[in-house]
Design a protein around this ligand. Structure first.
Ligand SMILES: Nc1ncnc2c1ncn2[C@@H]1O[C@H](COP(=O)(O)OP(=O)(O)OP(=O)(O)O)[C@@H](O)[C@H]1O
Length: 535
């Protein structure tokens, strides 16, 4: 607070007491909200944790800052904005449930209490985020904006600090957007330049210019947020508002996948006319980018960190990236447990798949309307396979031998028992050899041999590029040097593998998936081998 250092202020101790509202702790507001403790303070108000004495439920109370107590117009607008925000009713928007009376005491409103971490703190702990994760987060914020703009509410202060990561349904990156509409109160009531409302770096140029503004200020800010999440700093080399960990990598715009660069460029265009015309359009662009960008290892969204990938979505993503008959075969094979429309959607062109009405209505725990499985769900193929319960592992040990590359390999028939894990592993040269064309006679099965650790090791070594890409979701992501992790890979007789690392090192979800998804040669006995993962 800028007044804090002003020693000439005549009644500073009294004012300070008022600013912090500390005397409220332990009091019961309106006969129902018992103030438990202060959670923090921002430009407009002070936030307290409170317990509803009748419901015995926790809420967050935002009380208008004491410096505005003598400005009834600000108090009135504070309530009006909270009232408008309460109507947004979207899973990615903090729920506003009640208001304090404007006639007695300081104005306040009541929100759902959220336990989580804002994105600025996440960046400070972890450094720039891998693009699939950043995209997942920004897509949710875009959904929140779609819902808000539909109800005529413009946020005006979208920034990492106003987006809380709360764990939900196994998703640690479920986002709740706070503070809809509050930033404009000051600009509407205080005409001086320092009260433009919003946060430097995220404020659209037209706000600075004092001209007409609309919902496109949020599109600008969300473009800046995407840039900040991916690179750890604001665009145009501006100093960031986010502290990064000391060893965070220095990344440049050129390091970003081109579709994300294009989205950032368009969303943050100086001229609002050149930005996406609506949050819907931005959401559609994000969804399109998600479906089409390949990860560094060349697999579409293969390495989505910390997110379970249900069979249905995996099938769709692969189908979108591979196209043609192969795509249809994959979609059919991987949607055995899903409803029948997935395969049909997979065969549609990418642009037709995401219709904006679906985007608008999609609940926040879905990706393009496709429900996510909770973490650890038995339907998550990665989990199933790593626990040895591969849902459709070949019942017979068909001989596995080096086959053609993914580009030249003929598609498997749609009715094949290929597992999602096997489909993911299409780059591996270990798929069953299809019968030679013109021959209907299946090859006789070779007898199983004892486990060959050297051959298994060589097989994993061929996936060096995929292993390196797993750095993005590991705790070593911020290290610029190559990390060597000595692990042990155990392979079952059926060729399913798990990896263990020395005590104190966690196997990242990406690495676990990669090893579990590699189809090692079935053997008589199974076995293990030492492997150094180079990340
Ligand atoms: N619903 C909520 N549940 C839990 N914590 C909350 C909730 N709303 C706000 N907070 C926390 O209260 C603190 C103050 O929030 P507030 O929104 O007032 O400030 P800010 O966003 O940091 O600043 P500004 O309002 O100037 O943008 C922050 O740490 C915020 O995470």
């Amino acid at each position: 607070m800028e007044e804090a250092g002003d020693s000439t202020f005549p009644n500073w101790p009294e004012l300070r007491r008022l600013f912090t509202y500390d005397e409220l702790v332990g009091k019961v507001l309106q006969g129902r909200y018992e103030v438990v403790r202060r959670l923090g303070a921002g430009g407009m108000g002070v936030v307290f944790l409170a317990r509803h004495v009748h419901l015995d439920k926790l809420f967050a109370l935002k009380i208008i800052s004491a410096r505005y107590l003598d400005e009834p117009e600000i108090g009135r607008r504070f309530l009006l904005e909270a009232q408008a925000a309460s109507k947004i009713d979207h899973p990615n928007v903090v729920g506003i449930t009640d208001f304090g009376p404007p006639e007695a005491g300081p104005t306040f409103f009541v929100m759902e209490y959220l336990e989580g971490e804002d994105l600025a703190r996440t960046l400070a702990r972890e450094g720039p985020l891998a693009w699939p994760r950043a995209l997942h987060i920004v897509t949710q914020i875009a959904r929140a904006l779609v819902a808000a703009h539909q109800r005529g509410v413009v946020h005006r202060d979208i920034k990492p600090q106003n987006c809380l990561r709360v764990g939900r349904d196994g998703d640690p990156d479920f986002i709740k957007v706070l503070d809809f509409g509050l930033a404009k109160i000051l600009s509407a009531t205080h005409k001086s330049t320092w009260t433009v409302g919003g946060s430097p770096g995220y404020i659209a140029p037209e706000i600075y210019r004092g001209g007409r503004t609309d919902h496109r200020v949020d599109i600008f800010a969300l473009g800046v947020v995407l840039h900040t999440l991916l690179l750890g700093r604001l665009p145009a080399q501006s100093p960031g508002d986010v502290e990064l960990p000391p060893h965070a990598p220095v990344l440049h715009t050129a390091d970003l996948p081109p579709p994300l660069r294009a989205i950032i460029d368009r969303a943050t265009a100086e001229d609002p006319e050149r930005r996406y015309p609506s949050a819907d359009a931005l959401l559609a662009a994000l969804t399109e980018a998600r479906a089409t960008i390949s990860s560094p290892s060349g697999h579409a969204l293969k390495d989505m960190p910390e997110r379970p990938r249900p069979a249905r979505r995996r099938g769709l993503l692969l189908a979108a990236s591979l196209g043609g008959a192969l795509a249809v075969a994959i979609a059919v094979a991987s949607t055995r447990e899903a409803s029948g429309d997935a395969a049909q959607r997979a065969s549609e062109p990418a642009g037709a798949r995401m219709d904006t009405s679906e985007a608008r209505e999609a609940p926040a725990d879905t990706v393009a309307g496709i429900p996510e499985a909770p973490a650890g769900s038995a339907k998550d193929p990665a989990v199933a396979s790593s626990s040895g319960e591969s849902p459709a592992a070949p019942a017979t040990s068909a001989p596995l031998a080096a086959g053609p590359s993914a580009a030249t390999r003929p598609p498997e028939p749609a009715t094949s028992a290929a597992t999602p894990a096997a489909l993911e592993d299409m780059s591996e040269a270990t798929l069953p050899v299809p019968p030679a064309s013109g021959t209907d006679t299946p090859r006789p099965a070779k007898p199983l041999a004892p486990f060959d650790p050297a051959a298994a090791k060589a097989q994993l070594e061929r996936r060096a590029a995929d292993v390196r890409a797993c750095k993005a979701d590991s705790s070593f992501r911020t290290m610029t040097t190559t990390v060597r992790l000595a692990g042990t890979v155990s392979v079952s007789p059926r060729g399913k593998a798990t990896v263990t690392l020395p005590p104190g090192y966690d196997v990242s979800p990406c690495l676990a998936r990669l090893v579990a998804g590699t189809r090692f040669r079935p053997s008589l006995d199974g076995g293990e081998f030492a492997f150094t993962f180079l990340l």
